[in-house]
Design a protein around this ligand. Structure first.
Ligand SMILES: [Zn+2]
Length: 417
């Protein structure tokens, strides 16, 4: 079994790994690099079989989880490439596509299911459901030619599904030759990041505290695809005795999880606001059932203003005008519940201007979607692989400080497992 990392050996974003055995090839992830410009046209990696008209054939592309840095370039590939991903992940991307750029609709050849191995040519692939900020995320064990490679994808051990990580370290796959491990938190020594809550549980406690102290409406900026965070927020609202207002996009994403335990429109304590831009989209696409089924869960602009001291609202800049028109921002509290880097210019400039205009100082309550260094060490110790290959990190050379048997591989370099 031969492997080459196309992108991600020394950066976070654009993850793509090619694996070859007996003349057949599969890919793990085909992500978009983290570019400042989300509209930028980016080239596919040079892999024979990805483009329409190529002479080669790719036997399968496995997408570990529904984050753009793992699937973002897969929308432009030849339809001949069979795509595999989680079933909920596929539904979430399909729903998101309605609201975003129409991108991200896949017709998977097969779905990943926890610990259910499947075969693609000479490869046997076993997905392991993992704790991560994206819903339906998997690590992948790939076996071929008597060798075993474990690709962690992105994971953490401090989210709402931490039990998945604990199960993996208590009964890890044996005899792994190469561990391809993410190292988001293994950073260059010069980097500094703000300290925040260290677990999703702490995030929920902090959210509840700030909501209880607020006098007006509480706006929360977070990614609706971060289902863990959405559940933390819902639970904090319940405890603080406020209703959670979500927009139509968030309502669609949480429903797409397909899990009975995830709060959706229709549950007590959940209201849905349809901002003007989403109203226009629904009309343009004649997708009226998206709004009609909301019934009494829908909240009007007027009701938002009148009951603002009893509400917590999912907020994105695209709804700023709707809220400004209601006049409910004068005593608003804002919680920034995602990576603080998204507030930095250039991408974060418009949001900062909005805060400045309304005299708002956002409160930062966030925990990372990625494993801490001690948790990475726990996984490495449990799996005890022949070698550890750094990925999804800005500082591969620093892996040596924390792990033994580290083998740094460069983008584009073929190596034997
Ligand atoms: Zn990632």
């Amino acid at each position: 079994m031969k492997v080459r990392i196309h992108r991600g050996a020394s950066e976070i974003g654009g993850s793509c790994v090619e694996i070859e055995s007996q003349g057949q090839r599969i890919l793990l992830d085909l992500g978009r690099p983290l570019e400042p410009d989300p509209e930028a046209d980016l080239e596919l990696p040079v892999i024979n079989g990805l483009r329409v008209g190529d002479t080669g054939h790719i036997s399968g592309l496995i997408i570990s989880h529904p984050h753009q840095d793992h699937w973002g370039l897969a929308t432009n590939i030849s339809k001949e490439v069979p795509v595999y991903m989680g079933e909920s992940a596929s539904r979430i991307l399909q729903e998101a596509a309605f609201f975003m750029w129409g991108q991200g609709i896949f017709h998977p050849a097969g779905y990943l299911r926890n610990k259910e191995p499947f075969e693609i040519g000479p490869f046997r692939v076993t997905p392991f459901l993992m704790d991560h900020s994206a819903f339906d995320s998997y690590s992948l064990l790939v076996e071929a030619d008597g060798k075993r490679l474990f690709y962690t994808g992105d994971f953490r051990a401090h989210g709402r599904k931490a039990a998945l990580f604990e199960r993996l370290v208590s009964s890890p796959p044996p005899n792994v030759d190469a561990l391809l491990m993410e190292g988001t938190h293994i950073k260059p020594e010069s980097s500094h990041e703000r300290k925040g809550p260290t677990s999703e549980e702490e995030v929920q406690t902090e959210l509840e505290r700030v909501i209880r102290e607020a006098t007006g409406i509480v706006l929360v900026c977070y990614s609706p695809q971060n289902i863990d965070r959405y559940v933390s927020l819902f639970k904090a609202c319940k405890k603080a005795k406020r209703e959670l207002v979500i927009d139509l996009y968030t309502a669609a994403i949480v429903a797409a999880t397909g899990l009975d335990s995830i709060p959706v429109a229709g549950w007590s304590g959940i209201r849905v606001f349809v901002p003007r831009k989403q109203c226009s989209l629904v009309k343009r696409e004649k997708a009226f059932e998206r709004v009609n089924h909301l019934g009494t869960a829908r909240i009007s602009q007027k009701a938002l203003a009148e009951s603002r001291e009893r509400l917590v609202m999912t907020f994105r800049l695209s709804m700023a005008q709707d809220l400004e028109d209601t006049g409910c921002l004068s005593d608003a509290t804002v919680i920034w519940s995602m990576w603080e880097g998204y507030l930095r210019p250039p991408a974060g400039a418009a949001m900062r201007d909005f805060f400045l205009k309304h005299g708002i100082h956002p409160q930062y309550i966030h925990t990372s979607g990625h494993a801490s260094i001690p948790d990475l060490q726990r996984l490495a110790k449990a799996i005890d692989p022949g070698c550890i290959v750094p990925m999804h990190t800005a500082a591969p050379e620093r892996f040596m400080e924390f792990f033994s048997h580290v083998k740094i591989r460069n983008d584009g370099e073929w190596w034997d497992v």
